[in-house]
Design a protein around this ligand. Structure first.
Ligand code: CTP
Length: 411
C-alpha cells in the first residue's frame, strides 16, 4: 500500500514542502524518516490531519537543525528526549528519534531507550495508531504496518498491541474510548476484556495526566458520547465515585456548545460534569485531578452559585441586586449555571449580568469625587457604590447626573 497520492491530496502545500525537505535531508544524512501515528491513520480514513509526527531512525535533533536552517523555520529542541518541534507558517511538526519504552511500574512514565521504527511502533497504544509512512526517496509513501492497523481500520476495531498495554499506561483506557466514540469503532473483544479488567489501574495515573486526557476528550465534537461510555464502563467512577455520564450531561453539553466560546468549552464541560456533585465530592475531584487554581475556583463557584440560584429566579429583581449577587463569581461558573439551570428567569438574569451588567462603570471615580470636594475615606467608597447601583438601575445616565447625585450624598 502506498500513500504518496493521499498526502499530496490532503496536506497543505506548505507542509508538503517541509515534509519533502525532511525526506531529502534525512536521505543525505543517511537517516530514515517516517510519518507516524494519527496522521497515517487519518490519511487512510480520508480525514484531514495537519498534526504531523515524524519518527527518525538516526538523530531527529540533528536532522531538525539542518531542516530548520534550510527552511528558516522556528525550532524547539529537547536534547534529553531526542525530540524537536519545527514551526512553519501556521503549522508545527514534531520529530523524535525512534525509541523503545519499558515501564518500571504501572502508570509510571516509561524508561526510554534508542530503538528501531518497529520498537517505536510497538510502544504505542492501538494498532490503528501504530502505522508509519516512509519518507525515503526509494519507497516514498510506503505504508509500514507491522500490527495490522489497516485491517483494524477496515473492521472498525480499537485493538491494543499487547496485554499489558492498559496496566502500563491506564490513560489508554480514556484514549481507547475517545477513539472508539470519535470514529464510531468498537473495542476488539480481548481489548474490551482487558480494559474492563484494568479499570482500577486508573489509580496509578497522576491527576495531571488524567486531567489532560479528559481535556482531550472535551476537544471531541461530541464528548458526551465518550463520557457516557466511560460511565458505563465504571472508568468515570474510578476517577471520582460520584461522576456520572447520563442523559442530563448529554443535553447540557449540547447546550454548552451552542452558548460558549470555543476557547472556554473544555472548562465549561468540566463545570457541568461536577454540577451534580456535593461540595465535598467536588473538593475530592479537584484534589484528584490536581486542578489549577483558576479552574478549581470556577468549579467551586459553580456549585456555590447553584445553591443561590433561587435568589435570581424573579423577574422583578433590580439590576444592581443581580450585579452584587454575581460579581464575585467566576464568569465561567455563571455560564455553567446558565447552561444547567432549568429556570428561564434565572437564566436571563445570569445572561444579563454576563453580557451587560458586569461591564457597567460610573463616569466618576475616587479622584473625580475628591475634586468635587468629597473627602477621602469610607464615605467616599459608599458614595461610589451608590453611584454604581444608580447607574446599573438606570437612575443616573450621564456624568452630570452622577455629579448631582454625588453632591447630594456629600457628608
Ligand atoms: N500514544 C500512545 N500512548 C499514549 C499517548 C500517545 O501510544 N498514552 C501514541 C499514539 O500512537 C498516538 C501518538 O502517540 O498516535 C501521538 O499521540 P497524540 O498526539 O495524543 O495522538 P494522535 O494519534 O495524534 O491523536 P489525535 O487524533 O487525537 O490527535
Amino acid at each position: 500500500m502506498n500513500l504518496a497520492s493521499q498526502i499530496e491530496r490532503y496536506l497543505p502545500r506548505q507542509l508538503l514542502e517541509l515534509v519533502r525537505d525532511i525526506s531529502k535531508e534525512a536521505n543525505q544524512l543517511g537517516q530514515k524518516a517516517y510519518l507516524v501515528g494519527g496522521v497515517v491513520r487519518d490519511l487512510l480514513l480520508g480525514y484531514p490531519n495537519f498534526d504531523l509526527d515524524l519518527v527518525i531512525e538516526g538523530d531527529a535533533v540533528k536532522l531538525a537543525r539542518q531542516v530548520a536552517e534550510i527552511r528558516q523555520t522556528k525550532l524547539i529542541i529537547h536534547p534529553r528526549f531526542g525530540t524537536a518541534k519545527l514551526s512553519y507558517g501556521n503549522f508545527t511538526l514534531d520529530m523524535a528519534t525512534a525509541r523503545g519504552e519499558t515501564y518500571a511500574e504501572h502508570g509510571a512514565l516509561p524508561t526510554v531507550t534508542p530503538g528501531t521504527l518497529n520498537d517505536d511502533l510497538f510502544r504505542r497504544d492501538f494498532s490503528i495508531n501504530a502505522m508509519a509512512m516512509s519518507l525515503m526517496p526509494n519507497n516514498y509513501g510506503e505504508l509500514v504496518d507491522p500490527y495490522q492497523g489497516r485491517d483494524d481500520l477496515e473492521q472498525h476495531l480499537i485493538r491494543i498491541l499487547h496485554l499489558r498495554s492498559f496496566s502500563d499506561d491506564a490513560t489508554r483506557i480514556l484514549r481507547a474510548i475517545r477513539y472508539e466514540q470519535r470514529l464510531g469503532f468498537e473495542l476488539e473483544p480481548q481489548t474490551a476484556q482487558r480494559l474492563k479488567q484494568d479499570i482500577s489501574m486508573l489509580d496509578t495515573i497522576s491527576g495531571d495526566r488524567i486531567r489532560h486526557e479528559l481535556e482531550l476528550t472535551f476537544r471531541e465534537k461530541h464528548p458526551e458520547y465518550a463520557i457516557k461510555r466511560l460511565g458505563e464502563l465504571g472508568a468515570l467512577q474510578r476517577i471520582n465515585p460520584c461522576l456520572k455520564g447520563n442523559g442530563w450531561i448529554a443535553e447540557k453539553f449540547d447546550k454548552a456548545r451552542s452558548l460558549s466560546k470555543p476557547g472556554q468549552l473544555s472548562s465549561l464541560y468540566l463545570c457541568l460534569l461536577v454540577y451534580s456533585l456535593h461540595e465535598r465530592e467536588n473538593e475530592q475531584l479537584i484534589c484528584r485531578l490536581n486542578m489549577p487554581t483558576k479552574l478549581a475556583r470556577a468549579l467551586r463557584d459553580t456549585l456555590r452559585l447553584k445553591r443561590r440560584l433561587h435568589l435570581l429566579d424573579k423577574s422583578s429583581i433590580k439590576h444592581s441586586e443581580i450585579y452584587y449577587l454575581l460579581h464575585q463569581y467566576d464568569p465561567l461558573a455563571i455560564q455553567a449555571n446558565v447552561v444547567a439551570s432549568e429556570s428561564s428567569t434565572a437564566c436571563s438574569n445570569l445572561e444579563l449580568f454576563l453580557t451587560k451588567l458586569r461591564y457597567v462603570k460610573t463616569s466618576l471615580n475616587g479622584d473625580k469625587l475628591k475634586r468635587l470636594g468629597i473627602p477621602a475615606g469610607p464615605e467616599l467608597g459608599k458614595i461610589l457604590q451608590v453611584l454604581h447601583k444608580a447607574k446599573l438601575d438606570g437612575e443616573v445616565k450621564t456624568r452630570v447626573e452622577e455629579e448631582k447625585l454625588a453632591l447630594l450624598l456629600k457628608p
